[in-house]
Design a binder for this molecule. Structure first.
Ligand code: HEM
Length: 419
């Protein structure tokens, strides 16, 4: 057994509530980066893991995707949930999406969706994106002047876009919104199904409902293929064979869920950052050419996806610390994005920051499939909103989702006057 450097600050990565207390979170992560950048965290009911908090270590690990794999533990969950997932997967019944698999199967799966997220494909979506931005900014006027920006606007707009890309009917959008919120809100009592305190049960119940829905969708797209991403998934072939039911359903689930809450967290968190830094809001209003760097800074600042994990396939080391075969590492993107060795004044929100090598979309072969789409959506929304602002201010206390994985603001009360 190798010596394990433990630091009490690492506990923060196992506390869903810590992600709703930004000061405490960032203090703990800064401490880890300085004193224990590869830190053993053993906090039941989670299986132990190594917390990786430096930007360069995360990139090194993601680059070595044969040594550090996504299977069997792609993100942090309690040990009981991990064990169930493993058993389900061994029985061919577990989720098997892009984030659960490794090459070569991952590469084959990724090819199926890749074309739909390429800049040329996104060009076709750009017009719809602009229309939806206008619809949702108009909605702010309609339901304003006081609104909960997170719930009334930010959760809806990206959902409409990703479900349009999938080819789902608008009548089903509300149902899908509820399910994705239950999946990512499983660690938050207000958002989890039935206010469940059993995060893994709430998560699985919502996933099962999503599967039932997508089973029907697959059957219909196989019978009558249409020109949308859902048809591409339903009719895809790997080595001449159709995807298994599990692969097909997992594909829909990852696109519908990853394509939604992440971007809404970026938009709501981006707006809050502008409200908390009025000098930066005025700067953007005065110089719209800063929109590109402003969007990147919002994505760095908010870091909607908090972490992913990898598991070592062989004995190895990170930063000189021995990591044994089958031990997992947690890649803290939140920490990487405030790494003093990479970002000048990392705790300053600077809409002109350039370069901005944030790791919010990850790195390597699993780099976010929807990164260009997310950038386009956030840019389009703020390009519509910013020039129309007559006045905007907080109208209450913002509330963050308790989460260990994906999320941001749950409530953002604002008072707004637009033209
Ligand atoms: C601001 C918004 C978003 C953020 C911060 C984000 C972040 C991430 C991160 C961190 C990963 C894992 C990368 C890694 O392991 O290295 C990921 C993967 C993924 N994202 Fe996103 N994402 C966002 C929006 C989207 C959108 C709009 C879609 C559209 C479908 C999407 C689809 C995916 C998929 C399918 C994967 C799995 C890729 C793979 O494993 O090969 N994401 N995303």
């Amino acid at each position: 057994m190798t010596e394990r450097l433990m630091d009490a600050a690492g506990r923060v990565l196992t506390e869903a509530k810590a992600y709703s207390d930004e000061r405490r979170l960032h203090d703990a992560l800064a401490h880890l980066r300085a004193h224990a950048p590869v830190s053993w965290v053993d906090v039941p009911p989670y299986a132990p893991f190594w917390a990786i908090t430096k930007h360069s270590d995360i990139m090194d690990i993601e680059r070595q995707n044969d040594l550090f794999t996504n299977d069997p533990r792609p993100f942090l969950e309690i040990a009981e949930f991990d064990a169930k997932q493993r058993a389900d997967r061994e029985a061919g019944a577990g989720l098997n999406s892009l984030i659960h698999t490794d090459d070569p199967h991952h590469r084959d799966l990724r090819k199926i969706g890749a074309d739909w997220f390429k800049p040329s494909a996104l060009k076709a979506l750009q017009i719809r994106c602009g229309e939806l931005s206008k619809i949702w900014v108009d909605k702010m006027v309609e339901i304003g002047p006081e609104i909960d920006f997170a719930q009334d606007i930010a959760v809806n707009y990206p959902l409409y876009l990703i479900l349009t890309l999938l080819g789902m009917p608008e009548s089903d959008f509300g149902f899908m919104l509820k399910l994705t919120q239950e999946i990512f809100g499983a660690n938050d009592a207000e958002m989890a199904r039935g206010g469940s305190s059993q995060a893994s049960e709430a998560f699985m119940a919502a996933v099962m409902d999503m599967f039932v829905y997508f089973t029907t969708l697959t059957a219909s797209r196989r019978e009558n293929p249409t020109d949308d991403l859902a048809s591409a998934i339903a009719n895809a072939r790997i080595n001449g064979e159709p995807l298994t039911d599990m692969d097909t359903l997992s594909y829909y689930a990852i696109v519908a869920s990853a394509g939604h809450d992440t971007t809404s967290a970026g938009i709501a968190g981006g707006l809050l950052a502008l409200l908390e830094h009025p000098d930066q809001l005025s700067r953007l209003q005065a110089d719209p050419s800063l929109m590109g760097t402003a969007v990147e800074e919002m994505i760095r600042w908010v870091t909607p996806v908090k972490e992913f994990m990898r598991t070592a396939k062989a004995d190895t080391e990170v930063r000189g610390v021995p990591i044994n075969k089958d031990e997992s590492v947690l890649l803290s993107y939140v920490s990487a994005n405030r790494d003093e060795d990479v970002f000048e004044n990392p705790d300053t929100f600077d809409i002109g920051r350039d370069p901005n090598k944030h790791l919010s979309f990850g790195y390597g072969v699993h780099f976010c499939l929807g990164a260009s789409l997310a950038r386009m959506e956030i840019r389009s929304f703020f390009s519509e909103l910013i020039p129309r602002i007559k006045s905007i201010e907080l109208a209450g206390t913002p509330e963050h989702l308790s989460t260990l994985f994906v999320g941001g603001l749950k409530h953002l009360p604002i008072r707004v006057e637009l033209q």
